[in-house]
Design a protein around this ligand. Structure first.
Ligand code: ADP
Ligand code: MG
Length: 633
């Protein structure tokens, strides 16, 4: 029975934009099918999901009298009181999805309960028609056509069909893995992409990744302090080029959670090198009272009452399995692939707890005999946090987020407000300035160095003219140009940092940076996402030691303006400007060699300006001096 939540309940629900992309529509609708107890779910998409998304299930169905309420906001059959939020057992609970999707698409729901007939209700842009009799088997079929047909701004920000399709496929594969007991059929433009049989996890893994990955994984099943961790962990020699092969399901819900991601990443640290990411499919089951699912509008993350316990349990299980310590036998599910993985020799180049030279079979035995102390030192949550500058504060279950402020994921192009720096304009202006008259360029050989004033200005003479060069400004400009050119030619080199820098972001910043990771990487940043923050482990070599907080603060504060302009432009500008701060400061005496170098680099260009637009060079004509001394009038 569907009812409308009262304000005191829905105001406590982490709300916000739930449908911003085809994959999020698929996510919400498949979650509904799972909540309806379906054992068979068919997912069809066309045109990357923009043209059509159709989810058909054999679940409990929606009764005739519930069809209209289902389209209303805050209408749900899964939750009634605020207390229910503490023990959500279904994937959905917000009563928002159908209403939000219906308002931005042409939607039709055909549904039949076991006891009733089949009924259909269609809506266009949220405007409902009438409930009419239909033909249909038991269950529900939801069709979403022309997503965002009535909100062109959102439509414009969708990615290409292929990219949207890829994201839907990623989401569907997580459903197949998370519900191995359900049989899924997934069709893209009428062609079957996945078909799972609902006969267990191994079979589901084989459908998504191919049967051979099972040979490269440990199957684990561990119970630590009442926290159950099971699933598949890639062995020491199995890694992937990115994180998209990592799936975590917390109490059956696919989430991206940084505490668990950090624990697993740290356990693999001894075995994998940078840019090698572990493969895993992990299920974490823990009492629902210590997991808060109501923290994210898309329900894409959860919060644990105590991160330390979760971190510790996951880290100790995963590292014991990888290190082959005595605990491993307790956790690893015996099977051919598990044995293979345990007896596999570790890669030569990585640190290993196995002694070299022990034959493979001997090693297998030594696993059970190995004392715990022989394994790699356990890294505590506090240590890991310190090492990775990670700050995760545990949040009690009592902190139900009330109507969390969440900006819509839709990106609007916004013109810069008055008073704001428009970097794009600024760049353009500087470029125009660079195209200044040629005559300002003189033959450097004709310049004679005459000395220096106030430890800042270099004096040059050429024919009837004198030049005062602000050494700081000139140096800055030269560095800036050099760095910009380097950025342009993509010659930026990375310099790894001793301690990675963790950049905390809000949802909008996260989405922005995530979208622009490739650009940042092309500039020499080694950056990867970590739930809702980013880990930066290398920076462009010219910026080593730079103030990253300040740099990203500046980039993110320009985010709104940036939607209208190009990020690479801003980055080049910011990078060069930051690097300039390292340039020689006015007031420092230059050696003669430095002066010559500076002049050479200026290449006789006496019209240059510093990156902030101040002139780096001032010309004084002999006649002007003569006027000052009243030699001429
Ligand atoms: P929620 O899932 O948070 O309850 P939704 O807007 O996703 O909110 O769905 C509203 C209600 O419609 C659900 O509570 C459920 O009663 C009903 N419903 C939606 N999809 C299905 C389905 N596939 N099968 C049965 N009932 C459904
Ligand atoms: Mg739902």
């Amino acid at each position: 029975m569907i009812h409308i939540l009262t304000p005191d309940v829905y105001n406590r629900i982490a709300a916000g934009e739930v449908v911003d992309r085809p994959y999020s529509v698929v996510k919400e609708l498949v979650e509904n099918a799972i909540d309806a107890g379906a054992t068979e779910i068919k997912i069809e998409i066309e045109g990357g999901g923009k043209k059509r998304i159709r989810i058909t299930d054999n679940g409990c169905g929606i009764g005739k009298e519930d069809l209209k309420p289902a389209f209303l906001p805050h209408a749900t059959s899964k939750l009634e009181t605020a207390e229910d939020l503490m023990s959500v057992a279904t994937l959905g609970f917000r009563g928002e999805a159908i209403a939000s999707i219906a308002s931005v698409s042409k939607m039709e729901i055909v549904s039949k309960t076991a006891a009733g007939e089949a009924w259909s209700l269609a809506s266009e842009g949220g405007k409902m028609g009438e409930v009419t009799p239909a033909a249909g088997a038991g269950g529900t079929c939801v069709t979403v056509d022309d997503l965002f047909f009535n909100t062109p701004a959102r439509l414009k920000f969708l990615k290409s069909d292929a990219q949207e399709e890829g994201d839907v496929t990623g989401m569907v594969s997580r459903f197949i893995l998370s519900r191995p007991e359900i049989s899924f059929t997934y069709l893209i433009n009428g062609k079957v992409r996945y078909r799972s049989f609902g006969d267990g996890l191994k079979s589901a893994v084989a459908v998504v990744y191919g049967a051979d990955v099972l040979d490269k994984c440990f199957e684990i099943n561990a119970d630590k302090h009442g926290i159950v961790l099971h699933g598949f962990l890639g062995n020491r020699n199995f890694y992937k080029p990115n994180r998209s092969y990592q799936s975590l399901f917390v109490n059956g819900r696919y989430v991206v959670n940084q505490t668990v991601a950090l624990a697993v990443a740290n356990a693999y640290k001894n075995y994998l090198m940078t840019r090698q990411y572990p493969f895993y499919i992990l299920f974490l089951e823990l009492p629902s009272e210590i997991v808060d699912v109501n923290v994210h509008p898309n329900k894409a993350d959860v919060r644990f009452a105590d991160n330390r316990i979760v971190y510790g349990s996951v880290y100790s299980v995963v590292s014991a399995v990888l290190d082959g310590s005595s605990g491993a036998l307790e956790y690893v599910v015996p099977g051919a692939e598990a044995k293979n993985a345990l007896t596999e020799p570790p890669r030569a180049e990585v640190k290993s707890t196995f002694s070299a030279g022990v034959p493979a079979q001997g090693r297998a035995k030594s696993v059970s005999a190995a004392p715990v102390s022989a394994s790699a030192p356990r890294m505590s949550y506090a240590e890991a946090k310190k090492e990775l500058q990670f700050d995760i504060s545990p949040i009690g279950k009592t902190s139900v987020i009330s109507h969390r402020e969440q900006s819509p994921a839709v990106l609007e192009v916004r013109a810069p407000q008055t008073g704001e720096t428009d970097y794009f304009e600024e760049n353009r202006r500087q470029l125009l300035e660079q195209g200044r008259p040629k005559q300002e360029k003189i033959d450097p050989a004709s310049l004679a160095f005459k000395g220096e004033l106030f430890r800042t200005y270099l004096i040059y003479e050429a024919g009837d003219e004198a030049y005062l060069v602000d050494q700081h400004a000139a140096h800055e400009r030269i560095l800036y140009d050099r760095l910009r050119a380097k950025c342009e030619s993509r010659a930026a080199l990375s310099q790894p940092m001793l301690l990675p820098f963790i950049l905390h972001t809000n949802g909008q910043e996260f989405a922005f940076l995530l979208k622009n990771l490739a650009i940042l990487r092309s500039f020499g940043f080694e950056i990867e996402d970590f739930g809702d923050s980013f880990k930066i482990s290398a920076v462009p070599v010219d910026l080593f030691g730079m103030d990253l907080d300040g740099f990203f603060g500046e980039v993110l504060s320009s985010m709104d303006t940036l939607r209208a302009i190009k990020l690479p432009d801003l980055l080049r500008d910011r990078l060069a400007t930051m690097a300039c701060k390292a340039a020689v400061k006015g007031g420092e005496r230059l050696t003669e060699a430095e002066v010559r170098k500076l002049l050479e680099e200026m290449d006789g260009d006496m019209g240059i300006k510093c990156p902030h637009g101040r002139p780096a060079c001032v010309r004084i004509r002999k006649s002007e001096l003569e006027k000052l001394f009243k030699r001429i009038v």
